[in-house]
Design a protein. Sequence first.
Length: 289
Amino acid sequence: MGKLRFTQIYLATLGLSAFAMLLNIELSNVAGIAALAIAVVILGLPHGALDFAVAKSLNYVTGVRTACSFLAIYTAVAGASIVFWIALPGTALSLFLGISIFHFAADWRTTMPLYARICLSAMLLCGPSIVNSAVVLTLFTALFVSSDVAAWIIQAMQMIFAAAFLGFLYFVIAAVASKNIKSGWQVTEWIALVTSSIVLTPLLHFALYFCVLHSPKHLFDVSQMLRVSLVKVIVISLPFVFLTLLFAWVLFETGASDALDTDLLRWIFIGLFGLTMSHMLLIHLWHRA
Ligand SMILES: CC1=C(/C=C/C(C)=C/C=C/C(C)=C/C=O)C(C)(C)CCC1
Ligand SMILES: [Fe+2]
């Protein structure tokens, strides 16, 4: 049981999505991005909204004063990151991809050596650049990156994917040779992730991984650390989910300028960048503790 359940739920959702794609059941651009926004809010946001609880259990927050400092630093980092993206989108995107590879790699920290999980995480983030490079180019330019720089980043992603593939192949061969693979589900999850990153449309692939695998695994980890149920963990996250939404809504009202889908896409990814800079740092400190 435990985290295996999430692997199975992820595989089932992925299978259904692939089936829908085969049947040509696809959402329009606006509907697709709106669905991504809703999924990120319902399934993705709570995992970041638990950062306050994580900070409390790490004793970074012990009273009202430290709580205010924590929230102030967290919001300042998020705000500064968003300003940084607007000023230097290409640099910010590259940094975001690099740090995200490191952050997502932690999903497999109990089952794989560091190099192998970095390779898997790099593949799942860089896979969309292989077949769907044109889509990724459109997405990156919608995020304010110039097409020259976006094309350059996509080439780098393709090279990183190739290197990560070789590294991961080495890990799989070594694991099979030493009979070190404990569960067939694990192998299925790796193959599914890599295939999904190459084959599915980039946003669908990302939404499925982020909302149905990364976020639930993290919610589960936090529920174990706090020794409370999964439902309780979600309840704990709710005030911060609403606070973030309120903030996002105010910003959206003042800053929205383009077509709805482009604006939503910008707020999802640039907002994610801002929020995840603090989130990734905090979770890194937690996993190291
Ligand atoms: C922008 C963009 C991508 C990268 C997304 C990233 C890097 C998300 C990171 C989220 C994090 C770190 C959440 C933390 O919990 C893809 C999927 C490559 C392709 C489509 C456009
Ligand atoms: Fe995360």
